[in-house]
Design a protein around this ligand. Structure first.
Ligand code: AGP
Length: 609
């Protein structure tokens, strides 16, 4: 996903832009560039490769100026190259634009513009925007951008500056995130909060269709009909430190260790003085709930795996049938969605294109929309009827960890809230489960104490393997899926999650001497069966690494290694079981010399379908 930063103030623009872009590197990119108004011209520098290539160039030949736009590009149209990097500009370089998103009708616009004599240098869709703004520019940049965007179809967050005015920055958002940073005598635009946190904590979240017109130190937000919009200033509680690594080698390890606090924050801030759950961001009443006869949980990747646990919890506590589906499939399967359906979208970033598209599909069908997301003001949050925010803090590493465990806590709370409203559980059981949830932060801390054992004894033992299997039954099967995804996406070891009972139906053919099998055996009711599965694969030479509760020491007879988690109720075990799997994937990736926080081919938030 691309990253945008824009600045108008009294500092050297390139310093602010490069600093801001460095805080957006987590989004994944393949090139970076800036455009600065020097007073005489727009000076543009842009290169394929890491941000360091750009910053080195600016070191060697600085650009003076206090107005600029910057961009990190995640290629969608046109391969990574200097010419395809942003900013893009018009023929005489008097206008420069940066863009995050996809212009779906760019080919027809490009042909129209070429017929009018416009020459294109790049293969990108974005360059169309630069020439369109040029086409409509008659001395007023805002008007030109406004008129240009009326021709665009697709998703876009755009920043634009022009040579003629050294004190004007124009931006607009539609379906791609964009915020406005409000400083003292300086203002910013950015794709995400960490880019501007060093300078200000006060932001506007732009809604779809909103423009921002920054002139000198005045910020005006206008809607798609050019009516001025009175925006609420959001003060960001994250500090720069929390968006940095905090002393850990990687964001991923920092975020793994932020889980006790994330679990606690997500839980305790929603308990009232009686210890009851108060979901103040959920406006769904008991009456609304009585209308609901089915629930869909829709998400991608790790968020989908959290949804599988959510399905389990809502069905067990609230006795409502739940279907959990991946967002890129859901809306193409003609699902049974109507006004009696609750659709819960799960998304850490709140910007995942497939999940957002599923939200809009379900909303069109009359469903009640709830979202579980980690980003205040994200697109998915703003388009939901109810939002359940995970309070995990910024998750920067591409591999999702603390977002996952806080999503699990969210689902337990939603399930308990539904259940007590429906009367499907007693008040005693309700309070008993809440008390057990309150013990989870401490149990999470205890489970993470296995770090060194995992690092030294286990990660090293699988670092040269190319394949691994993750087995589980019941709830452990969905944790197996998350464990397999984690190790795949950061260590590039191929891993497959399997329902242990399915082994005999084919997969066991792949079990050979030394192949690692991570066997997750935390469900008391299925423990014996899991031990049998472990014996089956071990008999065929597998190297079995078990994850089990402390009370089940007998598992050592059936495994080569055992990672224990603190004893806990079966249904809550998922919060703990995933932790050793996160650490295992992290240290396996370290052993294999992988780029843990920015794995190849991946972006933190997939905002294209
Ligand atoms: C998880 O480790 C991956 N980075 C990826 O599967 C991610 O969970 C998925 O892209 C969904 O992202 P979201 O939660 O921001 O929607």
């Amino acid at each position: 996903m691309c990253g945008i930063v824009g600045y108008l103030g009294n500092k050297k623009a390139t310093e602010v832009l490069v600093e801001g872009l460095s805080k957006l590197e987590y989004r994944g990119y393949d090139s970076a560039g800036v455009a600065v108004n020097t007073g005489d011209e727009l000076s543009i520098r842009k290169f394929k490769g890491r941000l360091a290539v750009l910053s080195d160039d600016l070191e060697k030949s600085p650009i003076q100026g206090t107005l600029g736009i910057g961009h990190t590009r995640w290629a969608t149209h046109g391969e990574p190259s200097d010419v395809n990097s942003h900013p893009h500009f018009n023929k005489d370089k008097s206008i420069a634009v940066v863009h995050n998103g996809i212009i779906e009708n760019y080919m027809e616009l490009k042909e129209e513009l070429q017929k009018e004599g416009y020459e294109f240098l790049s293969q990108t869709d974005t360059e169309v925007i630069a020439h369109l703004v040029d086409k409509y520019y008659e001395g007023n940049l805002f008007d030109a951008v406004y008129n240009a965007t009326k021709k665009l179809r697709g998703a876009y967050a755009i920043g634009a500056i022009c040579k003629d005015n050294n004190n004007e920055l124009v931006a607009v958002r539609k379906d791609s995130p964009l915020i406005v940073g409000l400083g003292e005598g300086e203002n910013f635009i950015a794709s995400d909060i960490p880019a501007i946190l060093k300078y200000t904590k006060n932001v506007y979240f732009l809604e779809n269709g909103e423009f921002v017109h920054i002139q000198n130190d005045t910020v005006t937000v206008l809607d798609e009909n050019r009516n001025v919009v009175k925006k609420e200033i959001n003060e960001i509680t994250w500090d720069v430190e929390s968006a940095s690594k905090g002393g850990y080698e990687h964001f991923m390890l920092k975020e793994i260790y932020e889980q006790p606090n994330g679990v606690k924050e997500t839980l305790v801030r929603r308990l009232d003085e009686n210890g009851d759950i108060k979901l103040d961001d959920i406006k769904m009443t008991k009456k609304d709930l009585e209308k609901i006869n089915k629930v869909y949980i829709i998400a991608c990747g790790t968020a989908y795996h959290a949804g599988l646990v959510g399905k389990y919890a809502i069905e067990k506590f609230a006795k409502i049938p739940v279907t959990c589906d991946i967002a890129s499939e859901f809306r193409y399967n003609d699902p049974f969605v109507d006004e009696n359906t609750l659709v819960i979208l799960v998304s850490q970033s709140g910007e995942t294109a497939d999940t957002l598209a599923s939200l809009r599909y379900a909303k069109d069908k009359g469903a009640r929309i709830m979202s579980v997301t980690n980003v205040v003001g994200s697109s998915i949050a703003r388009e939901s009827d109810d939002v359940f925010y995970t309070w995990a803090g910024p998750e920067v590493s591409v591999a999702s960890t603390k977002a996952y465990t806080t999503q699990l806590v969210s689902f337990y709370m939603i399930a308990l809230d539904f259940a007590i409203k429906k009367g499907s559980i007693t008040k005693e059981y309700y309070h008993e489960m809440i008390e057990k949830l309150k013990q989870m932060p401490e149990k999470v801390t205890k489970a993470l104490e296995q770090e060194n054992y995992i690092k030294e004894d286990i990660a090293k033992s699988i670092k040269d393997k190319d394949n691994a299997f993750y087995l589980g039954r019941g709830l452990d099967y969905s944790i197996a899926m998350e464990g397999a995804l984690k190790i795949k996406e950061i260590s590039y070891i191929h891993a497959e999650a399997f329902a242990a009972g399915e082994l005999k139906h084919g997969t066991i053919a792949l079990i050979e001497k030394g192949i690692p099998v991570i066997a997750i055996a935390t469900q008391d009711s299925l423990f014996e069966k899991m031990v049998s599965s472990m014996e089956e694969v071990r008999a065929r030479g597998a190297y079995v690494i078990a994850v089990a509760k402390e009370k089940n020491k007998e598992v050592e007879k059936s495994a080569d290694k055992v990672i224990y988690i603190p004893d806990v109720d079966d249904i809550l075990s998922s919060i703990l079981t995933v932790l050793p799997l996160q650490l295992l994937s992290y240290y396996a990736a370290i052993e294999r010399g992988c780029d843990v926080d920015k794995p190849r081919n991946l972006a933190k938030s997939v905002t294209v379908e």
